[in-house]
Design a protein around this ligand. Sequence first.
Ligand SMILES: [Zn+2]
Length: 315
Amino acid sequence: MQPLTIIMYHYIRDFTRTRYPGIKGLDLAGFRRQLDYLQSRHTIVRVRDVVAAQRGESGLPADAALLTFDDAYAEHYALVFPELYERKLEGAFFAPVDPVCHGKLLDVNRIHFILAANAAQGGDPEEISAKLDAALREAEAGWNLEPVEAYRAQWAHPNRFDDAETIYIKRMLQTALPEALRHRIAVDLFAHFVSMDEAAFAGELYMSEQQARLMQGCGMYFGSHGASHHWLNRVPREIQEAEVDRSLEFLRRIGSPVDDHWVMCYPYGGWNEGLLDVLRDRNCTLGLTTEVATALINQHDPLLLPRFDTNDFPR
Ligand SMILES: [Zn+2]
């Protein structure tokens, strides 16, 4: 058994330049300080070091840590990549195919920017939830929904990052409603609060395939984060297979290894036994969840390694 600290990053931004200060994330200076901190206490290892340890070919340093970056934001190319390259560190990047290759905005980002744009205009989350609740009442009969009050009772509870109203908006638009309905409501809210032109917005938000290929060629690792960033535990097997296969094609195109070893990072941390079968069929070596703990190589199921969030460490 070998402990491995895996750290998960999402937004890393230059807050002096952003139009959306409400987007929660790590600013560049904080990222640099956190790297200093991590490098003073850990040995940053590469994906292939972890794979070798998992296979019993070599050991990991006792203080091993792995840096992971989800969702292929443009800042991962513009800010993170130069910083890691300079420090001679490998980052493991998990890029969903549709945003990078097809200009599609991820649901999770649509929701974040609705909240951030509203906050930047001085609005409260209640302004969004009022529109959300109005849309729900309108859709209630046709979609056979529960009453708004029932959803609120279930979902409007604060967590360690967000207040109750914000969590309610996020959960309703991420999971609670039928997918087609929540997508439609989120697109309407995005058009109202942020922008009518989602494709242009997505083009600025994510890195391009070319940039991913360049990073890969310069020593960064790219693994699978699915194609459309769906909850893969909620879709039938053929969709799971299509999602994984489309992402493996993308990885092959940018020159990332997919035959000898590859890493799956579950969108939203969602997995089930059927998905693990699909991954094993395709020789997936490691899987990353969003459970918060130290990964224990050769003790945890290699397809279910937990990760810390950047917020769990000082900045
Ligand atoms: Zn993601």
